[in-house]
Structures are given as C-alpha cells and as structure tokens.
Design a protein around this ligand. Structure first.
Ligand code: ADP
Ligand code: MG
Length: 359
C-alpha cells in the first residue's frame, strides 16, 4: 500500500524513485564498492534501500544500525556481528551457500539456520573476508548499514578502518551506507582527513530529495485512489503545501486520513500530533544532553536565522553561553540535519518540524 506508514520493501509500494533505484543498481553492477544513500529523515532512504536490495540479483544483508544502537546501547563488534549473522540466518539460500566459507571464521558456530558468535576470537574483518570469498562465485555481496552514522559508537571497534580495509581489498563486496545525519556520517567516515583510514576513497553518493509539488500531488492522488478514499483537488493542494514534498509526512497524512476516515484539517492536525511524539523520541538523547537544543530549535522556528540573533534568543531564554559552546550546539543541529545553513542563515528544512518547534 502506497500510504503504509512503515519503510517499504516492495517495488509496487514505492512511489517513483525510479532514477535513484536505477542509479544504485547500476553502481552495484559496475562493481562500485562504497555507495552512500543520503538525505533528510523521512525522505525514504530505508524504503529505497529495501527495494533496491530486493530487486538486485545479488546476495545481500542489511543491518539497521540506529535500531541496533538503541537496543544494545552499543555497536561493538559482537553486536554488529550478531546482527550481520542474524541477517544471514534469515536468508536461507545465502547461508546455505556461504556456509563453507563461514566455517573458516573463528569464533562463530553454525547449526541449521542459526549462526552465532561463540568466542572472543570473532572478528568482523574475518566475517567480511568469508563473505568476499563467497561472493567470488555467488556474485558481489551487498552489505547495507542503514543509518550508518551510528557506527561511530563502535568503541574499540573502528568501523571506518574495517570499511577502508574492505573497500581496498575485498573486491566482491559492495557496501551501501545510508545516513539521515549527513554531517555526522561524514564526520565519522572522514574522507577528507589524511590521517583517517578512508581518506580519499571513492564513494558513489545517491542523494534523495523531496518530491516536487507535482509529484507530491500525484503521490497523494494515487494513494487515495488505491485506498478508494475520495478527496478534492483543493485538499491535495493544501496538503502538498503543508507537507512540502516529504514522503514520510505525505504518506502519514494519507494513511491517517484514509484509515481513520478523517477530514483534511483533522488529518493535518493528527500528522502534527504524531510528528510531535516521533520527534520527542528522536531528539530525546539530544535534549537530555542539553536543554539548550530545544530553545535553539524554537528560536530558529520562530524566524531567528542569523547566528547572533539565535544566540541572543537563547541567552534571553536560558542565560549566558559563550560563543564557542553556542557554535558547537548549533553545528551539531546542522550535522544531524535538523537545521540547515544556507548563505549565513539557519533554518529548519522540514516544515512540519518547524511548526512543532514554534509552539
Ligand atoms: P527514511 O529512511 O529516509 O527516514 P523511510 O524509508 O523510513 O525514510 O520512509 C518514511 C516514510 O515514508 C515511510 O512510512 C515510507 O513508507 C514512506 N515513504 C518514503 N518514500 C516513499 C515512496 N517513494 N513511496 C511511498 N512511500 C514512501
Ligand atoms: Mg530510515
């Protein structure tokens, strides 16, 4: 269903994104080893990734790093190893065929379709080497890390180093990394730092943008038609204006409206309400770290767009803060994608969030 409020997994449920899908498929076919799928939250990265993996003829495994991190509060090698192995366990054919290579990996045991880590000898690198050997005949193995910026919390496990080794040496592997927090992802990967393992490595970036107003309207029309729910063109236009081409909000609006049989305004209000609780969860870590983040977001949402004006607003609300600490907080919001900086001005790129923070 086009409006289903979960990441899509099948081509039929994904509206458009044909070019991006083709771009990913072509890059894998060409043998590119590192693909980044970038874009704000709710633009459909996970959906596109799922569909791409399901359409590709290649064997593939995926780990949702954000979910893993929130579940285990860590992404050390045992945790990520466990997720990789369980993703493999869910793919019978892959596991069956890769078994003979996996047997050589120290510290894991395979029984039936269960693969487990059994000792401290386990290393991610060895696991990747085994998958690379498997890929030699089976075809390039695609390994996807959704919301890969969370790999920076690996502690002693340095995923940037592991990735660099794999990209340089394991020619039958392709990594696809997605990231909503694009600044944080690049901080972690450090392609421009001569001291960093991934310095200068080639990466193919696929950037997801929001839907144009025409495409947004088309998406809503198609979704409502599929749900056999009658709406007017005026309502469509209004929703397109309010939700500004962000597929996640458009789908949520359509879903809420069609399933709960709501009027247009009620549905928009429900989207705002749901969005508010999603944001609370998403930002809880940041807000726990400093209450100033919330006030900065509010200031920007209210229209303060210059560094100095935002700082003055924050000072007025919460008292003195020095310049460099303020800059750090603001920079973190930019790196995590909640705020955008353009020509010396700061703004919140997501209109739904802007409305929520303004309150
Ligand atoms: P991201 O991973 O970028 O945060 P998701 O893939 O989770 O985004 O998508 C957010 C929501 O929007 C999901 O409910 C998903 O079903 C919907 N969605 C995103 N892109 C599309 C699309 N192209 N067609 C239909 N629904 C989409
Ligand atoms: Mg996602």
């Amino acid at each position: 269903m086009l409006f289903s409020p979960y990441p899509k997994t099948r081509r039929e449920e994904l509206f458009d994104r044909e070019n991006e899908l083709k771009e990913i498929e072509d890059a894998v076919r060409r043998g590119e080893r590192l693909i980044l799928l970038l874009g704000l939250r709710r633009l459909g990265k996970s959906s596109l990734l799922n569909v791409a993996l399901s359409e590709l003829p290649n064997p593939s495994i995926k780990v949702d790093v954000r979910k893993t991190y929130s579940e285990f509060s860590s992404v050390n090698r045992y945790v990520i190893g466990k997720m990789l192995l369980s993703a493999m366990g869910a793919k019978r054919k892959l596991l069956e065929e890769a078994k003979i290579f996996l047997k050589r990996v120290r510290g894991i045991s395979i029984s039936g379709f269960r693969v487990e880590i059994t000792s401290k000898e386990f290393s991610i690198t060895e696991l990747l080497e085994a998958l690379n050997d498997y890929g030699e005949n089976a075809g390039r193995v695609v390994i996807a890390f959704d919301e890969a910026q969370y790999l920076r919390f690996g502690g002693a496990t340095r995923y940037d180093g592991i990735l660099a080794y794999a990209v340089d040496n394991l020619e039958n592997l392709t990594f696809i990394l997605t990231g909503s927090e694009v600044g944080l992802l690049f901080d972690f990967l450090k392609f421009n730092d001569p001291e960093a393992p991934l310095f200068g490595r080639y990466h193919h970036d696929v950037v997801l943008n929001r839907f144009s107003p025409d495409m947004s309207a088309e998406f809503l029309r198609k979704g409502f038609e599929e749900a056999s729910f009658p709406v007017t063109e005026r309502e469509i236009d209004d929703a397109v204006r309010e939700l500004d081409g962000i597929p996640g909000w458009l789908a949520l609006y359509g879903y809420i409206r069609a399933t709960r049989n709501l009027g247009h305004n009620e549905a928009i209000n429900e989207v705002l309400r749901e969005a508010k609780s999603m944001i609370q969860t998403e930002l809880s870590r940041l807000f726990a770290y400093s209450p100033r983040y919330r006030v900065i977001l509010k200031g920007i949402a209210l229209g303060y767009s210059k560094w100095k004006d935002i700082k003055d607003y924050l000072t007025l609300k919460l008292g003195y803060i020095n310049d460099s600490n303020f800059s750090k907080l603001l920079e973190n919001l930019v790196k995590s994608g909640y705020v955008e900086k353009e020509g010396g001005e700061y703004k919140i790129p997501d209109p739904v969030l802007q409305r929520i923070f303004r309150e």
